[in-house]
Design a protein around this ligand. Structure first.
Ligand code: 5RP
Length: 228
């Protein structure tokens, strides 16, 4: 079993009969969904899930996992998702898979959040790969210009020769923030970005998770967030 599979399978043990469950997106969440599908089929695990992407919806449906729309499940018992980077203060960046907006909506509706990852995602400082920022296609170049004026370096995400499009039909700007005035004040940076017309959501997930389940080649580590 590889590390992502170990983390995903371990997280599936936190899901109990009767729960409503947010299911994340990405290669680690894939293993969570796989295990939940097995448990539904083999144990008759009685759950209802809310998905964070078309990709996860299709996979969950193929495994017979019952799904709800997020608008019909305003409070979830638990949400389990992957993460791109997380620092020791539980500041996370998500959106490598482009699902950040739906992931944030679902995470915010859950009473308890778990992130699953391999150990490479645990870093001292977040931001090495750039912050994914979801923007409206209409007028996105205005956003690019305003970001650049503030010292950010946004890069439009591509998929081959085409512009990458999120499930919400928006674009993503993978954005370096090393030379902005915000340094590591992620809360202030988030406020600044969210105040900008055209920005739909950022990949900052600051102090949102309750627990991290991280796996190495052999060992699974669980880290509780002391601030939650
Ligand atoms: C998708 C995400 C994913 O959770 C994140 O990119 C981690 O993915 P993976 O488990 O494939 O490493 O935020 O938008």
């Amino acid at each position: 079993m590889n590390a992502k599979q170990m983390a995903g399978y371990e997280a599936a043990t936190y899901v109990k009969d009767g729960m409503t469950v947010g299911i994340g997106t990405g290669s680690t969440a894939h293993f969570l969904i796989e295990k939940l599908g097995q448990r539904v089929a083999e144990e008759g695990l009685d759950i209802r899930c809310v998905s964070t992407s078309i990709e996860s919806t299709e996979y969950a449906e193929s495994l017979g996992i019952p799904l709800l729309d997020t608008n019909d499940a305003l409070e979830l018992d638990i949400c389990i998702d992957g993460v791109d980077e997380v620092d020791p203060a539980f500041n996370g960046i998500k959106g490598g898979g482009g699902a950040l907006f739906r992931e944030k909506v679902v995470a915010m509706s859950a009473k308890y959040n778990i992130w699953i990852c391999d150990d490479s995602k645990l870093v001292q400082k977040i931001g090495a790969f750039g912050l994914p920022i979801e923007v409206s296609p209409f007028g996105y170049k205005h956003v690019v210009r305003k970001l650049e004026e503030a010292g950010f370096v946004p890069k439009l995400r591509m998929k081959g020769k085409d512009i990458y499009m999120t499930n919400n039909h928006n674009y993503i700007l993978d954005t370096n923030y090393d030379n902005t005035k915000f340094c590591t004040d992620y809360k202030a940076m988030e406020r600044f970005l969210k105040g900008m017309l055209g920005i739909v959501e950022t990949g900052f997930f600051l102090n949102t998770t309750d627990l991290i389940i991280s796996a190495g080649s052999e060992v699974i580590t669980t880290i509780k967030n002391p601030n939650k």
